[in-house]
Design a protein around this ligand. Structure first.
Ligand code: WTA
Length: 656
């Protein structure tokens, strides 16, 4: 669709109805909303039947605000639910993972029967080095099948995994190991990124200098080459795991047994150890994966393009797909490992049917140009999803047109590390969709948008997103810090969960997520969302990506500073930077209002992003306010922010 047509079209209508064909065979049918609304707790009890329980729960919800227990008297084994039961049901030859390496041509196919043996061996090995129920095990691994095997082996023993994204520094790793007192670490010698080997084991060695309680390290050989070795502490995977028996008898654990810890950044410097328990988490990831992605176990190939080091990887690469017994793609590399069309090759070769990724990645792929997807057969795709940040309508439309050929429904899914699973999303086949809107709470989930006083806002108004009733996969707390849990999530509006996100209800009552409220700016007493201004900027045909921050301003309280990367095709425009900048300011003024006009626009070749792909607005705010830059270790490329600081110091400030 041409740019002009797109604009005209967006003005006309912004809503897509589900196709008849999709609706007819969708897993979720309209009655689901009605049934769940009639009795949400009873609805979740029926969903728990997706799991195989050793002892079926007779209790559903025990709610001692803000502490919930779900299915409290049930017992089960998480790994059995993910793997063994599918093999027992005669589906052992079903592919669990098509693993695709960073290097082209490198791949592995792992069936459920293979996975069962691998998990049994790893569980036996972990037992041998003393891991038992309740222990915490740190996992610091690249995107290789052994990472999933490790997670499943840990939970099979009733132990708890704390997966730490392999891009974190030694210091970040150490603080997380210490916070939850992990005594065993599973890692690899290194990881491959665009063909180059990046070492991992040295960071573990460095971290462990300050973690005296870690007694064993299990190391997968991935990249080869020399590694430092601590005898007695370090074990090669191929020595310890591969000599184990490939059968393992599991035990069952209570539904409220802690399954996993996942660290996430809060407003303070100390990351929060968000923990999830077994029965509720598995129930909700399975239900959401089934209904939102409409998975058909026999035919679908799901690709969640995320890292297992983040909650999206946990819930939708590992647990959701495995509980549902489907086939997934697991990809080790970067979007351009081997070339800018790598993704589209992966989809074509593996006949991916369901693709789930982040808006920032979509914008990057969009910046590279639609000639790349156009050169591949993407006809296997039937559903697209996004997660992690608000998606701008332009990226949504590009995704729809160029990846989904105008026919695949798009599910914009809102959730958080804390919620464990998706909370707000359209259901394909039922809900109409709008470019940029997550639409409505899922069946069994109750949310509201409230004003400063905690009162519901009306249609057409914005406010704070809150979750008003407990849900099965809600975090059970911050590891070791129940007070901080109460304070962070349950005190802003007493009795309800405060998500920290702004949201609005449009005229139809549909939900739009506006980003973190810490990103909401106050300009001369007018509240403006950074996201709104970003949407406006990205809506300009010259702009590829934009990040907006509110910088302190003597007169207006805050002023808008925008960091903008132009499309490759706009190189010519870059020659006339002043012209482009004033044009963009006018464009924002026109699109939103003169109060939204950025004080300053910095044109930059790249934006600083965390390794999970989020734009680091905190750093940009520091740059915009000439503050010294804080911790940059989680950045994908720490040099980006320094070059932006230089551009900023060269910029003339208020362009009026
Ligand atoms: C943001 C990722 C708008 C939001 C699963 C939330 C979104 C934070 C969306 C959680 C979405 C996630 N639309 N914003 N569809 N999905 N967010 O913990 O600000 O890494 O609070 O979990 O991402 O990020 P987290």
């Amino acid at each position: 669709m041409s740019e002009a047509r797109l604009e005209a079209w967006l003005d006309e209508t912004r809503s897509f109805e589900p196709s008849q064909q999709f609706a007819a065979s969708a897993n979720a049918q309209p009655s689901i909303y009605v049934d769940a609304a009639a009795d949400p707790v009873a609805y979740w009890r029926t969903q728990a039947d997706r799991l195989t329980w050793t002892k079926a729960p007779t209790k559903t919800l025990e709610w001692d605000r803000p502490f919930a227990k779900w299915f409290g008297d049930g017992t089960l084994n998480a790994a059995y639910n993910c793997v063994d039961r599918h093999v027992e049901a005669g589906r052992g030859e079903k592919v669990a993972y098509h693993w695709v390496g960073d290097a082209e041509g490198e791949s592995r196919t792992i069936t459920y029967a293979d996975l069962q043996k691998m998990v049994a061996q790893a569980a036996n090995a972990l037992s041998e080095i003393g891991v038992k129920a309740g222990d915490r095990v740190a996992v610091y691994m690249p995107m290789i099948p052994e990472a999933v095997v490790t997670m499943l082996a840990i939970v099979r023993l009733g132990a708890v995994h704390s997966v730490i994204f392999a891009g974190f520094s030694a210091e970040a790793l150490a603080s997380r190991i210490l916070d939850s007192d992990c005594q065993v670490v599973v890692t690899a010698d290194g990881a491959f990124r665009r063909g180059a080997a990046a070492p991992l084991k040295p960071a573990v060695d460095e971290a462990l200098e300050s973690c005296p309680n870690v007694r064993a390290v299990l190391v997968v050989r991935r990249t080869g080459g020399d590694v430092a070795w601590v005898d007695g502490r370090d074990h090669w995977w191929h020595d310890l795991v591969e000599r184990q028996s490939d059968t393992h008898t599991y035990e069952s654990f209570p539904a409220e047994q802690t399954l996993l810890i996942m660290y996430t950044s809060g407003t303070t410097a100390k990351p929060k150890g968000i923990f999830h328990t077994t029965g509720g988490y598995l129930t909700q990831v399975a239900t959401t994966h089934y209904n939102i992605f409409d998975v058909k176990a026999e035919t679908d190939v799901c690709w969640t393009a995320a890292d297992i080091g983040w909650i999206t990887g946990h819930s939708y690469i590992v647990y959701g797909p495995l509980v549902n017994g489907v086939t997934s793609v697991m990809y080790e590399g970067l979007p351009d490992s081997g070339g800018r069309d790598r993704w589209w090759k992966i989809i074509e070769e593996n006949k991916v049917t369901i693709l789930y990724t982040a808006p920032t990645t979509i914008r990057t792929l969009m910046k590279w140009g639609h000639q790349h997807p156009a050169a591949h057969d993407l006809s296997s795709l039937r559903l697209l999803g996004t997660v992690g940040e608000p998606i701008n309508p332009e990226a949504w439309m590009w995704y729809r047109e160029h990846i989904g050929s105008g026919r695949c429904p798009i599910v914009d899914t809102w959730w958080q590390t804390e919620t464990g699973a998706i909370m707000i999303s359209p259901l394909p086949g039922i809900t109409s969709t709008k470019p940029g809107a997550a639409m409505r709470a899922l069946p069994g989930i109750q949310v509201d948008v409230v004003d400063n006083e905690g009162k519901s806002v009306g249609n057409g108004e914005g406010g704070y997103l809150v979750i008003t009733h407990p849900w099965p996969s809600m975090t059970r707390g911050i590891y070791g810090d129940p007070e901080r849990f109460k304070e962070t999530y349950w005190s802003r509006f007493p009795g309800v969960y405060f998500a920290g996100d702004g949201a609005k209800r449009d005229a139809d009552g549909d939900l739009w997520l506006l980003g973190r409220i810490d990103d909401v700016m106050n300009i001369s007493g007018h509240r403006l969302s950074t996201t709104e201004v970003e949407h406006a900027l990205v809506g300009h045909r010259a702009v590829a990506e934009a990040a907006v921050v509110g910088a302190t301003d003597e007169t207006t309280g805050q002023a808008i500073v925008a960091f903008v990367t132009l499309k490759l095709s706009a190189e010519d425009a870059q020659k006339d930077q002043a012209g482009v900048i004033s044009e963009l300011r006018e464009h924002v003024s026109r699109t939103i209002s003169p109060i939204a006009k950025p004080r300053q626009i910095i044109l930059t070749p790249e934006l600083p992003k965390t390794r999970s792909g989020k734009i680091m607005r905190r750093l940009l705010r520091d740059v915009a306010e000439n503050r010294p830059l804080g911790d940059v270790t989680t950045l994908m490329d720490p040099t980006v922010v320094n070059s932006i600081a230089v551009l900023m110091s060269e910029s003339s400030g208020d362009e009026e």
